[in-house]
Design a protein around this ligand. Structure first.
Ligand code: FES
Length: 125
């Protein structure tokens, strides 16, 4: 059996929503001290809806695939829904990750939560 699902390979090779949002109103950056990978998330939120989301990930293939999938899962969704996003949901949407790569999906969950926190701080919510 292949170690990585086709979806993981697809999102690793053709990551969606890569880049920077210049006028983002929620930015989060997180890292994993063990592997040294870093993920940065940019959110553009209007009327409580995630109008746009982009990411920059300096990390392994699973981290890139996880960030890509996570952005797809929250784009166009209400903030309240994005707040519920778990790393498990990201991994499931990718048709699974090897157990020792689950922490890569945790990074995606944390990056989004951190960007949402930043948004809430900025807007005083
Ligand atoms: Fe650390 Fe993938 S090995 S995020």
């Amino acid at each position: 059996m292949a170690l990585y699902s086709e979806k993981v390979m697809d999102h690793f090779r053709n990551p969606r929503n890569v880049g920077v949002i210049e006028d983002a109103n929620g930015i989060g950056e997180v890292g994993n001290a063990k592997c040294g990978d870093i993920m940065k998330m940019y959110l553009k939120i209007e009327d409580d809806i995630i109008q746009d989301v982009k990411f920059e990930t300096f990390g392994c293939g699973s981290a890139i695939a996880s960030s890509s999938m996570a952005t797809e899962l929250i784009k166009g969704k209400p903030v309240s829904e994005a707040m519920q996003l778990t790393n498990k949901a990201v991994a499931e949407a990718l048709d699974g990750l090897p157990a020792y790569k689950m922490h890569c999906s945790v990074l995606a969950e944390e990056a989004i939560q951190s960007a949402l926190e930043d948004y809430h701080k900025r807007t005083g919510k």
